[in-house]
Design a binder for this molecule. Structure first.
Ligand code: COA
Length: 149
């Protein structure tokens, strides 16, 4: 069995993160965007390891009592092994330890795996944004109320 570990993202992880992003997500970020997250004091950038291999990541912001999940990605070779669920559960657990009341996110309306994942964690749709993504796809806006620990 693999040892699963979540750590803070470091500069030296960025090239692997970019590679995973390119191969395993339809909503790609530039290297600069990832690097800026490392410098943003409101940003939490976490890397998921299976043994010594990076297999996913999550980026979220916390500002006062609101959090926003900007991205969560699992490497194609490791999808459907409950790792997305694990990473989101740990993320929400960490968020609930802060004074956050609501967690927001945006997801492509055709991104069924991600929508299903968020529904599992009780995120509710509250709005849409037309033509939000480069490919013209609409975004679904979801939020979840947090009971802080
Ligand atoms: C969304 C994502 C992170 C899920 O990661 P994952 O490790 O494969 O997901 P898990 O194995 O933990 O599955 C969790 C739940 O997600 C849903 N899900 C995952 N893959 C799915 C698929 N291919 N089709 C339908 N539902 C799916 C299911 O509800 C699943 O629960 P179940 O196994 O009890 O049915 C992954 O598909 C991914 O990296 N997608 C590309 C990046 C992306 O679009 N991220 C979202 C940005 S808003």
């Amino acid at each position: 069995m693999k040892k699963i570990l979540i750590t803070n993202c470091l500069k030296e992880h960025i090239s692997t993160i970019c590679e995973i992003d390119k191969t395993s997500s339809d909503y790609n970020w530039t290297e600069n965007m990832f690097t800026e997250e490392l410098e943003n004091k409101n940003s939490f950038f976490k890397v998921l390891f299976a043994d010594t291999k990076i297999v996913g990541y999550v980026i979220y912001h916390i500002i006062i009592d609101e959090a926003e999940i900007l991205n969560i990605v699992i490497d194609n070779d490791f999808k459907r092994q409950n790792l997305g669920k694990y990473l989101l559960e740990k993320t929400l657990n960490d968020i609930s330890k802060q004074s956050v009341k609501t967690v927001f996110l945006e997801v492509g309306e055709k991104n069924i795996p991600a929508i299903n994942l968020y529904l599992k964690f009780d995120f509710k749709q509250y709005n849409t944004r037309n033509n939000y993504y480069k490919n013209g796809e609409n975004a679904i806006l979801m939020k979840k109320t947090i009971c802080s620990i």
